[in-house]
Design a protein around this ligand. Structure first.
Ligand SMILES: Nc1nc2c(ncn2[C@@H]2O[C@H](COP(=O)(O)OP(=O)(O)OP(=O)(O)O)[C@@H](O)[C@H]2O)c(=O)[nH]1
Ligand SMILES: [Mg+2]
Length: 445
C-alpha cells in the first residue's frame, strides 16, 4: 500500500504557493520514483530557506534524521487554545498511550498533592520553630497542621507521635514528625515536580500503593483545603519563599475534586501530570505515534511571549494559535485588541532569524465563536479599523488573516480546538505531511 503525501510550498519565481504530491511505499518508506518525478523536478526551485534547515550535516543519513523526535512548539497568547490543541494531538497520535496514562496519572496526581502539603507543613513547622511567639499563625493553624501531619505520617506505621496539641502541648520543632512525614509515599511515581524529569509511567518509580494513597488523601481532604485556602498560611509560605504557583503546587487548587476515592483524572489533569520540564511557563510532552511507532514528537506548550525565550533551538514545527476573537482585549492590557496582539506575536515569529527555517502551522482558532458573533451582527470594522468596507462575514474575515501569511512553508487551518476530533484530524494531517516533506527534501539535497 502507498502513502500519499501532499504539501504546500512557495515556488519561485512568481508561481506562488503550489500543492506538491508524492507517493511513498509504506513498507520501505521510499518515494515511488515515477510518480514523484514530476514533483521532484520543482524541488530545486523551492525557496532555499525551506531547504536549508533540512540539511543538518552534510553526509547525514537521512533515515536517521527522519527517526529523531520531531520538535514541535505550540505558541499563542493566553487562552488562545494551546492546551486544547495539545489534547487533540494526543488523541490523534497516541490515544492508547493517553488513556493508559490517565489511569496511572491518578496516583501520580494524588501524590503530587500529598507532596505539596508535606512541603507546606514542613515550612509551617520551620515558622513555628523560628518565630515562636511572633508568628501570625494561630493555635487553630497548629491544630490543623498537626492533625494533617498525623494522618500522613501515621501511614508509615512507625511513627512516634508528638504530644497532641489537644493535650495542651505544641507541635515540636526539629526533625521528629517532619522526617516521618517526608518519608510517606516514597518511593513514588512522580508528576515531575521541580527537580524531576520523568513521567508517571517510567519504570522503577511506580511503587506507591494506589489505593492507600487515595485513602490517605481522602482522609486529609477537608484539612488540606482549609490550610491551602487560608490567607495567613499563604502569607507565611510566601515569606519563606515557597513558590505557590510552581509545578509542585499545581494540583492543590483542585484538591476538592482530586482527593476523592472515585476521582478519575480529566484530560487536562492527565496532560498536566505528564509534563516534563521544570522551566517556568513551559510544558513539554513526549508523544509516541501509535500509527507509526518509532516516530516521536516532542511537543512544548509555551505560555511565555516570544522574545523572552531561548527555547526555539532546533525546533522543526511551530503551531501558532491565532484566536479569531476580534472583539476582545487582553486581560493584562485592556487597550490591546487580541487580534492585534496575535499579529504582533506573529510578526515576532516570522521576523525572528532563529525561526527563519522553521515550518509553521497557523491555526485560526475559535471559529465557532467567530461564527456566533458575526451571526449576532457584531461588526468587525468597529474593532479592526483597517477592515474597511469588506463584507461582515466569516470568509472575508478569514481571508484577511490568511493574506497576512508570508513566503514560508505554511499550513493555515480554521479550527475549533474544543472539537478535539476535527482539530486532531486537521493537525495530524498537517504534521504528517510536514514530516514526509522534510524527509523528501533531505533526500533531494
Ligand atoms: N468555543 C471554543 N472554545 C475554545 C476553543 N479553543 C479553546 N477554547 C476554550 O478556551 C479556553 C482556553 O483554552 P486553552 O486550550 O486552555 O488555552 P491555552 O492557550 O492553553 O491557555 P493558557 O495555557 O492559559 O495560556 C478553554 O476554556 C477552552 O475550552 C474553540 O475553538 N472554541
Ligand atoms: Mg494551556
Amino acid at each position: 500500500m502507498n502513502i500519499r503525501v501532499e504539501a504546500y510550498a512557495n515556488i519561485y519565481p512568481s508561481a506562488g504557493t503550489r500543492k506538491l504530491t508524492w507517493l511513498f511505499d509504506r513498507t520501505s518508506n521510499q518515494p515511488i520514483r515515477e510518480q514523484t518525478q514530476k514533483a521532484l523536478s520543482v524541488i530545486p526551485r523551492i525557496e532555499t530557506t525551506v531547504l536549508k534547515p533540512l540539511v543538518r550535516r552534510p553526509g547525514n543519513n537521512p533515515r536517521k534524521t527522519h527517526r529523531q523526535p520531531v520538535k514541535v512548539i505550540i505558541l499563542g497568547q493566553p487562552g488562545s487554545g494551546k492546551s486544547s490543541v495539545l489534547r487533540s494531538l494526543y488523541l490523534d497520535l497516541a490515544p492508547r498511550q493517553f488513556e493508559s496514562e490517565r489511569v496511572v496519572s491518578k496516583t501520580a496526581i494524588q501524590i503530587n498533592i500529598i507532596d505539596s502539603i508535606k512541603k507546606i507543613l514542613a515550612v509551617l513547622q520551620d515558622e513555628w520553630a523560628a518565630h515562636e511567639g511572633s508568628t501570625p499563625l494561630t493555635s487553630e493553624h497548629q491544630r490543623l497542621a498537626f492533625s494533617l501531619s498525623l494522618v500522613l505520617a501515621s501511614e508509615t506505621g512507625s511513627i512516634q507521635t508528638p504530644d497532641s496539641p489537644n493535650s495542651g502541648s505544641t507541635v515540636r520543632s526539629g526533625k521528629g514528625w517532619k522526617d516521618k512525614l517526608m518519608s510517606f509515599g516514597r518511593p513514588t511515581m512522580s508528576t515531575s515536580s521541580d527537580s524531576e524529569a520523568h513521567s508517571p509511567g517510567d519504570s522503577g518509580s511506580a511503587t506507591a500503593d494506589p489505593s492507600r494513597v487515595a485513602q490517605v488523601l481522602a482522609a486529609c481532604r477537608e484539612g488540606i483545603i482549609l490550610l491551602w485556602e487560608d490567607d495567613v498560611v499563604r502569607r507565611v509560605l510566601s515569606s519563606h519563599g515557597l513558590n505557590l504557583q510552581g509545578n509542585s503546587c499545581r494540583f492543590l487548587d483542585d484538591t476538592a475534586r482530586i482527593a476523592r476515592l472515585d476521582y478519575i483524572p480529566s484530560d487536562d489533569d492527565t496532560m498536566r501530570a505528564r509534563m516534563r520540564t521544570p522551566t517556568p511557563g513551559v510544558e513539554e510532552h513526549r508523544l509516541v505515534s501509535e500509527s507509526n511507532p518509532g516516530r516521536e514528537f516532542l511537543v512544548t506548550e509555551i505560555h511565555t511571549r516570544i522574545g523572552q525565550l531561548s527555547y526555539f533551538d532546533d525546533v522543526q514545527t511551530i503551531i501558532f494559535l491565532a484566536p479569531l476573537i476580534f472583539w476582545q482585549t487582553l486581560d493584562e492590557a485592556p487597550r490591546v485588541n487580541r487580534i492585534e496582539d496575535t499579529f504582533n506575536m506573529w510578526r515576532g515569529i516570522v521576523s525572528s532569524p532563529l525561526l527563519a527555517q522553521t515550518t509553521l502551522i497557523v491555526l485560526f482558532n475559535k471559529k465557532d465563536i467567530l461564527q456566533a458573533q458575526i451571526a449576532a451582527g457584531v461588526l468587525v470594522k468597529k474593532y479592526i479599523l483597517n477592515y474597511g468596507d469588506r463584507t461582515n462575514d466569516v470568509p472575508s474575515f478569514s481571508a484577511i488573516n490568511r493574506a497576512s501569511s508570508t513566503r514560508r512553508l505554511l499550513t493555515c487551518c480554521d479550527t475549533e480546538a474544543t472539537d478535539t476530533k476535527s482539530t486532531a484530524m486537521v493537525l495530524g494531517r498537517a504534521m504528517r505531511d510536514q514530516i514526509f516533506t522534510k524527509y523528501l527534501m533531505i533526500r533531494c539535497t
